[in-house]
Design a binder for this molecule. Structure first.
Ligand code: NDP
Ligand code: HSE
Length: 436
Protein backbone atom coordinates (compact mmCIF):
# COMPACT_ATOMS: atom_id res chain seq x y z
CA UNK A 1 0.00 0.00 0.00
CA UNK A 2 1.24 3.51 -0.81
CA UNK A 3 2.39 5.61 2.18
CA UNK A 4 -0.03 8.18 3.54
CA UNK A 5 1.20 11.70 2.71
CA UNK A 6 1.66 14.29 5.39
CA UNK A 7 2.28 18.03 5.22
CA UNK A 8 4.02 19.58 8.23
CA UNK A 9 3.36 23.19 9.21
CA UNK A 10 6.11 24.51 11.50
CA UNK A 11 9.33 22.63 12.16
CA UNK A 12 10.37 24.19 15.47
CA UNK A 13 10.78 22.21 18.70
CA UNK A 14 7.89 19.76 18.24
CA UNK A 15 8.04 19.71 14.45
CA UNK A 16 11.71 18.77 14.49
CA UNK A 17 11.02 16.10 17.13
CA UNK A 18 8.20 14.69 15.01
CA UNK A 19 10.39 14.60 11.91
CA UNK A 20 13.21 12.84 13.80
CA UNK A 21 11.04 10.20 15.54
CA UNK A 22 9.05 9.46 12.40
CA UNK A 23 12.31 8.89 10.52
CA UNK A 24 14.01 6.89 13.28
CA UNK A 25 11.07 4.58 13.97
CA UNK A 26 9.57 4.49 10.49
CA UNK A 27 9.65 0.71 10.16
CA UNK A 28 8.03 0.09 13.57
CA UNK A 29 5.42 2.77 12.84
CA UNK A 30 4.66 1.28 9.41
CA UNK A 31 4.11 -2.15 10.99
CA UNK A 32 1.62 -0.59 13.41
CA UNK A 33 -0.16 1.72 10.97
CA UNK A 34 -0.40 -0.83 8.17
CA UNK A 35 1.29 1.52 5.70
CA UNK A 36 4.10 4.03 5.65
CA UNK A 37 3.65 7.60 6.93
CA UNK A 38 5.63 10.04 4.83
CA UNK A 39 6.20 13.73 5.43
CA UNK A 40 6.12 15.00 1.85
CA UNK A 41 6.33 18.75 2.44
CA UNK A 42 7.33 21.07 5.28
CA UNK A 43 6.39 24.72 5.64
CA UNK A 44 8.36 26.97 7.96
CA UNK A 45 9.26 30.66 7.92
CA UNK A 46 12.89 29.71 8.40
CA UNK A 47 13.45 27.56 5.33
CA UNK A 48 17.22 27.30 5.87
CA UNK A 49 16.75 25.78 9.31
CA UNK A 50 13.96 23.54 7.97
CA UNK A 51 16.25 22.26 5.19
CA UNK A 52 18.97 21.57 7.71
CA UNK A 53 16.59 19.57 9.93
CA UNK A 54 15.11 17.60 7.06
CA UNK A 55 18.50 17.05 5.43
CA UNK A 56 17.18 17.85 1.94
CA UNK A 57 14.91 14.78 1.95
CA UNK A 58 11.59 16.63 1.60
CA UNK A 59 10.29 19.72 -0.13
CA UNK A 60 10.53 22.83 2.07
CA UNK A 61 8.43 25.94 1.48
CA UNK A 62 7.90 29.16 3.42
CA UNK A 63 4.23 29.57 2.48
CA UNK A 64 2.11 27.17 4.54
CA UNK A 65 -0.87 27.75 2.21
CA UNK A 66 0.93 25.63 -0.39
CA UNK A 67 0.75 22.68 2.00
CA UNK A 68 -2.91 22.86 2.98
CA UNK A 69 -3.99 23.16 -0.66
CA UNK A 70 -1.74 20.46 -2.14
CA UNK A 71 -4.01 17.71 -3.53
CA UNK A 72 -1.76 14.73 -2.66
CA UNK A 73 -1.57 15.61 1.06
CA UNK A 74 -3.87 13.48 3.24
CA UNK A 75 -2.94 14.78 6.70
CA UNK A 76 -1.81 18.24 7.78
CA UNK A 77 0.15 18.54 11.03
CA UNK A 78 -0.14 22.03 12.52
CA UNK A 79 2.82 22.79 14.81
CA UNK A 80 3.03 26.56 14.42
CA UNK A 81 1.09 27.50 17.55
CA UNK A 82 -1.16 30.44 18.48
CA UNK A 83 -4.62 31.27 17.21
CA UNK A 84 -3.84 33.53 14.27
CA UNK A 85 -2.33 31.93 11.18
CA UNK A 86 -2.67 28.47 12.77
CA UNK A 87 -6.46 28.82 12.89
CA UNK A 88 -6.63 29.99 9.28
CA UNK A 89 -4.48 27.11 8.09
CA UNK A 90 -6.37 24.48 10.07
CA UNK A 91 -9.70 25.75 8.74
CA UNK A 92 -8.33 25.78 5.16
CA UNK A 93 -6.92 22.26 5.55
CA UNK A 94 -10.32 21.02 6.77
CA UNK A 95 -12.12 22.84 3.96
CA UNK A 96 -9.77 21.07 1.54
CA UNK A 97 -10.72 17.69 3.02
CA UNK A 98 -7.46 17.07 4.92
CA UNK A 99 -7.31 15.34 8.28
CA UNK A 100 -5.57 17.50 10.87
CA UNK A 101 -3.19 16.72 13.73
CA UNK A 102 -2.35 19.55 16.08
CA UNK A 103 -0.56 20.08 19.39
CA UNK A 104 -2.13 23.52 19.66
CA UNK A 105 -4.13 23.63 22.89
CA UNK A 106 -4.55 27.42 22.69
CA UNK A 107 -6.28 27.04 19.35
CA UNK A 108 -8.55 24.17 20.41
CA UNK A 109 -9.51 25.66 23.79
CA UNK A 110 -10.63 28.89 22.14
CA UNK A 111 -11.80 27.83 18.64
CA UNK A 112 -12.43 24.12 19.17
CA UNK A 113 -16.17 24.34 18.61
CA UNK A 114 -15.78 26.01 15.21
CA UNK A 115 -13.00 23.61 14.18
CA UNK A 116 -14.87 20.43 15.20
CA UNK A 117 -18.05 21.63 13.49
CA UNK A 118 -16.21 22.27 10.23
CA UNK A 119 -14.41 18.92 10.46
CA UNK A 120 -17.67 17.07 11.17
CA UNK A 121 -19.19 18.75 8.13
CA UNK A 122 -16.30 17.63 5.93
CA UNK A 123 -16.04 14.16 7.51
CA UNK A 124 -12.37 14.59 8.45
CA UNK A 125 -10.53 13.78 11.66
CA UNK A 126 -8.95 16.35 13.97
CA UNK A 127 -6.56 14.70 16.41
CA UNK A 128 -4.89 16.49 19.30
CA UNK A 129 -3.28 14.03 21.72
CA UNK A 130 -0.19 16.28 22.00
CA UNK A 131 -2.28 19.28 23.04
CA UNK A 132 -2.70 18.04 26.62
CA UNK A 133 0.15 16.76 28.79
CA UNK A 134 2.61 16.26 25.90
CA UNK A 135 3.60 12.62 25.66
CA UNK A 136 1.00 11.27 28.10
CA UNK A 137 -1.87 9.63 26.19
CA UNK A 138 -4.49 11.33 28.37
CA UNK A 139 -6.84 12.21 25.51
CA UNK A 140 -6.90 8.55 24.46
CA UNK A 141 -7.49 7.50 28.07
CA UNK A 142 -10.33 9.95 28.67
CA UNK A 143 -11.94 9.53 25.28
CA UNK A 144 -11.64 5.77 24.89
CA UNK A 145 -10.10 3.87 27.82
CA UNK A 146 -12.48 5.34 30.41
CA UNK A 147 -15.54 5.45 28.19
CA UNK A 148 -17.60 3.23 30.54
CA UNK A 149 -17.30 5.72 33.38
CA UNK A 150 -19.27 8.61 34.71
CA UNK A 151 -16.21 10.80 35.20
CA UNK A 152 -16.40 12.78 38.43
CA UNK A 153 -13.29 14.88 38.30
CA UNK A 154 -9.95 15.36 36.62
CA UNK A 155 -7.00 17.10 38.26
CA UNK A 156 -3.61 17.47 36.70
CA UNK A 157 -0.17 18.98 36.71
CA UNK A 158 -0.41 19.91 33.07
CA UNK A 159 2.20 22.59 32.62
CA UNK A 160 5.79 21.39 32.65
CA UNK A 161 7.32 24.87 32.83
CA UNK A 162 5.58 25.86 36.07
CA UNK A 163 6.14 22.47 37.68
CA UNK A 164 9.81 22.75 36.75
CA UNK A 165 9.97 26.26 38.23
CA UNK A 166 8.24 25.24 41.48
CA UNK A 167 10.46 22.15 41.86
CA UNK A 168 13.74 23.97 41.16
CA UNK A 169 12.84 26.89 43.42
CA UNK A 170 12.00 24.54 46.27
CA UNK A 171 14.87 22.06 45.86
CA UNK A 172 17.71 24.30 44.73
CA UNK A 173 16.61 27.63 46.15
CA UNK A 174 16.98 29.16 42.66
CA UNK A 175 15.11 32.33 41.82
CA UNK A 176 12.07 32.47 39.54
CA UNK A 177 13.72 34.29 36.60
CA UNK A 178 16.74 31.93 36.43
CA UNK A 179 14.56 28.82 36.37
CA UNK A 180 12.20 30.30 33.78
CA UNK A 181 15.18 30.96 31.45
CA UNK A 182 16.29 27.36 31.86
CA UNK A 183 12.77 26.11 31.03
CA UNK A 184 12.87 28.22 27.86
CA UNK A 185 16.31 26.85 26.94
CA UNK A 186 15.02 23.29 27.38
CA UNK A 187 12.09 23.97 25.02
CA UNK A 188 9.33 23.54 27.67
CA UNK A 189 8.07 27.09 27.76
CA UNK A 190 5.61 28.54 25.25
CA UNK A 191 6.78 31.17 22.76
CA UNK A 192 5.23 33.64 25.20
CA UNK A 193 6.08 32.25 28.67
CA UNK A 194 3.33 34.40 30.23
CA UNK A 195 0.99 31.65 29.07
CA UNK A 196 2.88 29.20 31.27
CA UNK A 197 3.48 31.22 34.41
CA UNK A 198 0.05 32.88 34.47
CA UNK A 199 -1.71 29.52 34.19
CA UNK A 200 -3.19 30.18 30.74
CA UNK A 201 -1.54 27.18 29.08
CA UNK A 202 -2.75 24.89 31.88
CA UNK A 203 -6.24 26.38 31.54
CA UNK A 204 -6.25 25.65 27.79
CA UNK A 205 -5.46 22.03 28.58
CA UNK A 206 -7.94 21.79 31.48
CA UNK A 207 -10.62 23.24 29.19
CA UNK A 208 -10.01 20.50 26.62
CA UNK A 209 -10.01 17.74 29.26
CA UNK A 210 -13.19 19.12 30.81
CA UNK A 211 -15.04 19.04 27.48
CA UNK A 212 -13.96 15.45 26.83
CA UNK A 213 -14.63 14.27 30.37
CA UNK A 214 -18.15 15.68 30.59
CA UNK A 215 -19.30 16.01 26.97
CA UNK A 216 -19.59 19.80 26.94
CA UNK A 217 -18.35 22.41 24.45
CA UNK A 218 -14.82 23.80 24.91
CA UNK A 219 -15.23 27.01 26.91
CA UNK A 220 -11.89 28.54 27.81
CA UNK A 221 -13.52 31.92 28.47
CA UNK A 222 -15.34 30.41 31.48
CA UNK A 223 -12.23 28.94 33.13
CA UNK A 224 -10.80 30.49 36.30
CA UNK A 225 -7.10 31.12 35.74
CA UNK A 226 -4.47 31.94 38.35
CA UNK A 227 -0.76 31.35 37.78
CA UNK A 228 2.28 31.08 40.02
CA UNK A 229 3.63 34.62 39.78
CA UNK A 230 2.12 35.70 43.12
CA UNK A 231 3.19 32.58 44.98
CA UNK A 232 5.63 33.25 47.84
CA UNK A 233 8.47 31.00 48.90
CA UNK A 234 7.15 31.45 52.47
CA UNK A 235 3.93 29.64 51.58
CA UNK A 236 5.78 26.82 49.86
CA UNK A 237 7.78 26.39 53.12
CA UNK A 238 4.76 26.58 55.44
CA UNK A 239 2.85 24.13 53.26
CA UNK A 240 5.74 21.67 53.55
CA UNK A 241 5.74 22.05 57.33
CA UNK A 242 2.05 21.16 57.34
CA UNK A 243 2.60 18.10 55.11
CA UNK A 244 1.56 19.59 51.76
CA UNK A 245 3.18 20.45 48.40
CA UNK A 246 2.04 23.34 46.25
CA UNK A 247 1.44 22.52 42.59
CA UNK A 248 -0.22 24.43 39.78
CA UNK A 249 -3.25 22.21 39.18
CA UNK A 250 -5.81 22.19 36.40
CA UNK A 251 -9.04 20.95 37.95
CA UNK A 252 -12.42 20.15 36.49
CA UNK A 253 -15.23 18.62 38.54
CA UNK A 254 -18.80 17.66 37.85
CA UNK A 255 -21.20 18.79 40.59
CA UNK A 256 -24.98 18.78 40.81
CA UNK A 257 -24.97 22.56 40.11
CA UNK A 258 -22.60 22.52 37.14
CA UNK A 259 -18.96 22.08 36.23
CA UNK A 260 -15.96 23.52 38.04
CA UNK A 261 -13.14 24.51 35.69
CA UNK A 262 -10.17 26.14 37.34
CA UNK A 263 -6.39 26.48 37.36
CA UNK A 264 -4.55 27.76 40.41
CA UNK A 265 -1.72 26.92 42.80
CA UNK A 266 -3.02 24.15 45.05
CA UNK A 267 -1.88 22.48 48.25
CA UNK A 268 -1.90 18.68 47.90
CA UNK A 269 -1.10 16.25 50.74
CA UNK A 270 2.49 15.10 50.30
CA UNK A 271 1.36 11.50 50.64
CA UNK A 272 -0.42 11.66 47.25
CA UNK A 273 1.60 10.32 44.31
CA UNK A 274 0.73 13.39 42.28
CA UNK A 275 2.27 15.67 44.91
CA UNK A 276 5.61 14.06 44.15
CA UNK A 277 5.62 14.79 40.43
CA UNK A 278 8.68 16.96 39.95
CA UNK A 279 10.51 18.90 37.27
CA UNK A 280 8.87 19.23 33.86
CA UNK A 281 6.92 16.01 34.41
CA UNK A 282 3.13 16.07 34.11
CA UNK A 283 0.53 13.88 35.78
CA UNK A 284 -3.23 13.68 35.46
CA UNK A 285 -5.51 12.06 38.00
CA UNK A 286 -8.94 11.00 36.78
CA UNK A 287 -11.75 9.86 39.07
CA UNK A 288 -14.33 7.65 37.38
CA UNK A 289 -17.29 6.03 39.14
CA UNK A 290 -16.46 2.51 37.94
CA UNK A 291 -12.68 2.49 37.75
CA UNK A 292 -11.99 4.77 40.75
CA UNK A 293 -8.87 6.93 40.54
CA UNK A 294 -6.37 6.42 37.70
CA UNK A 295 -3.12 8.33 37.38
CA UNK A 296 -1.24 9.11 34.17
CA UNK A 297 2.36 10.29 34.43
CA UNK A 298 5.05 11.29 31.96
CA UNK A 299 6.81 14.06 30.10
CA UNK A 300 4.41 16.87 29.35
CA UNK A 301 6.67 18.89 27.08
CA UNK A 302 9.79 18.73 24.94
CA UNK A 303 10.50 17.74 21.35
CA UNK A 304 10.32 13.95 21.32
CA UNK A 305 7.78 13.34 24.13
CA UNK A 306 5.37 15.64 22.28
CA UNK A 307 6.31 14.05 18.95
CA UNK A 308 5.33 10.70 20.47
CA UNK A 309 1.75 11.98 20.85
CA UNK A 310 1.69 13.67 17.42
CA UNK A 311 2.76 10.43 15.75
CA UNK A 312 0.23 8.37 17.73
CA UNK A 313 -2.43 10.60 16.14
CA UNK A 314 -0.90 10.08 12.70
CA UNK A 315 -1.11 6.32 13.18
CA UNK A 316 -4.72 6.50 14.41
CA UNK A 317 -5.73 8.55 11.39
CA UNK A 318 -3.82 6.30 8.99
CA UNK A 319 -5.62 3.24 10.33
CA UNK A 320 -9.02 4.94 10.03
CA UNK A 321 -8.77 6.80 6.73
CA UNK A 322 -11.14 4.41 4.97
CA UNK A 323 -13.66 4.22 7.84
CA UNK A 324 -17.13 5.70 7.72
CA UNK A 325 -16.91 9.01 9.64
CA UNK A 326 -19.78 8.02 11.95
CA UNK A 327 -17.73 5.00 13.10
CA UNK A 328 -14.76 7.09 14.17
CA UNK A 329 -14.19 8.20 17.78
CA UNK A 330 -16.00 11.55 18.22
CA UNK A 331 -13.75 14.60 18.66
CA UNK A 332 -14.96 15.29 22.20
CA UNK A 333 -15.61 11.64 23.15
CA UNK A 334 -19.40 12.15 23.06
CA UNK A 335 -21.39 12.03 19.83
CA UNK A 336 -21.74 15.56 18.38
CA UNK A 337 -25.51 15.52 18.98
CA UNK A 338 -25.01 14.46 22.62
CA UNK A 339 -22.86 17.41 23.73
CA UNK A 340 -24.71 19.16 26.57
CA UNK A 341 -24.51 22.75 27.68
CA UNK A 342 -23.92 22.09 31.40
CA UNK A 343 -22.96 25.45 32.93
CA UNK A 344 -19.43 26.17 34.11
CA UNK A 345 -19.78 27.47 37.66
CA UNK A 346 -18.50 30.93 38.63
CA UNK A 347 -15.61 30.76 41.09
CA UNK A 348 -17.80 31.97 43.98
CA UNK A 349 -19.81 28.72 43.68
CA UNK A 350 -16.95 26.22 43.76
CA UNK A 351 -16.28 24.09 46.83
CA UNK A 352 -12.83 23.29 48.14
CA UNK A 353 -10.57 23.62 51.20
CA UNK A 354 -8.26 26.55 51.87
CA UNK A 355 -4.87 27.54 53.22
CA UNK A 356 -4.99 31.03 54.71
CA UNK A 357 -1.94 32.97 55.91
CA UNK A 358 -2.42 36.09 58.01
CA UNK A 359 0.15 38.52 59.34
CA UNK A 360 -1.16 39.50 62.78
CA UNK A 361 -0.19 41.47 65.86
CA UNK A 362 1.08 39.13 68.55
CA UNK A 363 -1.67 40.17 71.01
CA UNK A 364 -4.28 38.53 73.20
CA UNK A 365 -7.62 37.88 71.48
CA UNK A 366 -6.42 38.20 67.86
CA UNK A 367 -6.92 34.53 67.10
CA UNK A 368 -10.33 34.50 68.82
CA UNK A 369 -11.52 37.30 66.50
CA UNK A 370 -10.30 35.46 63.44
CA UNK A 371 -11.88 32.14 64.40
CA UNK A 372 -15.17 33.88 65.17
CA UNK A 373 -15.24 35.41 61.67
CA UNK A 374 -14.59 31.99 60.17
CA UNK A 375 -17.30 30.34 62.29
CA UNK A 376 -19.79 33.09 61.36
CA UNK A 377 -19.06 32.34 57.68
CA UNK A 378 -19.67 28.59 58.30
CA UNK A 379 -16.01 27.79 57.74
CA UNK A 380 -14.63 24.99 59.87
CA UNK A 381 -10.92 24.93 60.73
CA UNK A 382 -9.02 21.73 60.00
CA UNK A 383 -5.54 22.71 61.25
CA UNK A 384 -3.72 25.76 62.52
CA UNK A 385 -0.11 26.83 62.93
CA UNK A 386 1.13 29.96 64.67
CA UNK A 387 4.77 30.94 64.30
CA UNK A 388 6.66 32.47 67.19
CA UNK A 389 7.48 36.08 66.31
CA UNK A 390 11.06 36.58 65.13
CA UNK A 391 13.44 38.28 67.57
CA UNK A 392 12.35 41.90 68.05
CA UNK A 393 9.16 41.45 65.96
CA UNK A 394 5.68 42.29 67.26
CA UNK A 395 3.88 40.54 64.43
CA UNK A 396 3.65 36.91 63.49
CA UNK A 397 2.14 34.56 60.89
CA UNK A 398 -0.93 32.46 61.51
CA UNK A 399 -1.65 29.70 59.02
CA UNK A 400 -5.09 28.12 58.94
CA UNK A 401 -6.29 25.14 56.92
CA UNK A 402 -10.04 24.92 56.49
CA UNK A 403 -12.41 22.07 55.77
CA UNK A 404 -14.35 22.23 52.50
CA UNK A 405 -16.51 25.27 52.02
CA UNK A 406 -17.79 27.44 49.20
CA UNK A 407 -15.45 30.06 47.77
CA UNK A 408 -17.97 32.85 48.45
CA UNK A 409 -17.84 32.06 52.21
CA UNK A 410 -14.07 32.44 52.13
CA UNK A 411 -14.32 35.67 50.11
CA UNK A 412 -16.52 37.26 52.78
CA UNK A 413 -14.44 35.88 55.67
CA UNK A 414 -11.22 37.23 54.12
CA UNK A 415 -12.78 40.68 53.69
CA UNK A 416 -13.82 40.69 57.37
CA UNK A 417 -10.42 39.43 58.57
CA UNK A 418 -8.57 42.05 56.52
CA UNK A 419 -10.65 44.78 58.14
CA UNK A 420 -9.43 43.82 61.65
CA UNK A 421 -6.97 46.40 62.99
CA UNK A 422 -4.77 43.57 64.32
CA UNK A 423 -4.33 42.03 60.87
CA UNK A 424 -1.62 43.51 58.66
CA UNK A 425 -2.10 43.61 54.89
CA UNK A 426 -3.78 41.03 52.73
CA UNK A 427 -4.67 37.47 53.67
CA UNK A 428 -2.92 34.93 51.46
CA UNK A 429 -5.38 32.35 50.16
CA UNK A 430 -4.31 29.15 48.42
CA UNK A 431 -6.82 26.44 47.62
CA UNK A 432 -6.29 22.95 48.94
CA UNK A 433 -7.42 19.66 47.38
CA UNK A 434 -7.21 16.29 49.13
CA UNK A 435 -7.71 14.40 45.83
CA UNK A 436 -8.91 11.43 47.83
P1 NDP B 1 8.21 26.54 18.02
O1 NDP B 1 8.10 28.01 18.16
O2 NDP B 1 9.46 25.87 18.43
O3 NDP B 1 7.92 26.14 16.49
C1 NDP B 1 7.00 26.78 15.67
C2 NDP B 1 7.56 26.80 14.27
O4 NDP B 1 6.59 27.32 13.37
C3 NDP B 1 8.80 27.70 14.16
O5 NDP B 1 9.81 27.04 13.43
C4 NDP B 1 8.27 28.91 13.40
O6 NDP B 1 9.24 29.54 12.61
C5 NDP B 1 7.22 28.26 12.52
N1 NDP B 1 6.25 29.21 12.02
C6 NDP B 1 5.75 30.33 12.62
N2 NDP B 1 4.85 30.92 11.81
C7 NDP B 1 4.79 30.19 10.70
C8 NDP B 1 4.06 30.30 9.48
N3 NDP B 1 3.22 31.31 9.26
N4 NDP B 1 4.26 29.38 8.52
C9 NDP B 1 5.11 28.35 8.71
N5 NDP B 1 5.84 28.20 9.84
C10 NDP B 1 5.67 29.10 10.82
O7 NDP B 1 6.96 25.92 18.78
P2 NDP B 1 6.84 24.48 19.44
O8 NDP B 1 7.33 23.46 18.51
O9 NDP B 1 7.35 24.52 20.82
O10 NDP B 1 5.24 24.38 19.58
C11 NDP B 1 4.42 24.09 18.49
C12 NDP B 1 3.01 23.81 19.00
O11 NDP B 1 3.06 22.68 19.86
C13 NDP B 1 2.40 24.95 19.83
O12 NDP B 1 1.02 24.96 19.59
C14 NDP B 1 2.69 24.52 21.25
O13 NDP B 1 1.78 25.05 22.17
C15 NDP B 1 2.51 23.03 21.13
N6 NDP B 1 3.19 22.23 22.12
C16 NDP B 1 4.52 22.45 22.40
C17 NDP B 1 5.16 21.64 23.31
C18 NDP B 1 6.59 21.83 23.62
O14 NDP B 1 7.11 21.09 24.46
N7 NDP B 1 7.30 22.74 22.99
C19 NDP B 1 4.46 20.56 23.97
C20 NDP B 1 3.07 20.42 23.61
C21 NDP B 1 2.48 21.22 22.71
P3 NDP B 1 10.08 30.76 13.26
O15 NDP B 1 10.84 30.15 14.40
O16 NDP B 1 10.92 31.23 12.14
O17 NDP B 1 9.06 31.75 13.72
N1 HSE C 1 4.67 25.14 27.68
C1 HSE C 1 4.06 23.88 27.89
C2 HSE C 1 4.48 23.33 29.23
C3 HSE C 1 4.45 22.93 26.78
O1 HSE C 1 5.40 23.88 29.85
O2 HSE C 1 3.88 22.37 29.69
C4 HSE C 1 3.64 21.69 26.78
O3 HSE C 1 2.33 21.91 26.44
Amino acid sequence: MKPIKVGLLGIGTVGAGTFAVLKRNQEEIRRRAGRGIEIAIVADLNTDRAKEITGGTVEVVSDANLVVSRPDIDIVIELIGGYGIARELVMKAIANGKHVVTANKALLATHGTEIFLAAQDKGVMVAFEAAVAGGIPIIKALREGLTANHIQWVAGIINGTTNFILSEMRDKGLDFATVLKEAQRLGYAEADPTFDIEGIDAAHKATIMSAIAFGTPVQFDKAYVEGITNLHATDIRYAEQLGYRIKLLGITKRTSQGIELRVHPTLIPMSRLIANVEGAMNAVLVQGDAVGPTLYYGKGAGAEPTASAVIADLVDITRLTGADHTHRVPYLAFQPGAITDTPILPMSEITTSYYLRLRVADKLGVLANVTKILADASISIDAMMQKEPDEGETQTDIILLTHQTQEKNVDSAIAAIESLSTVDGKVTRIRLEHLA
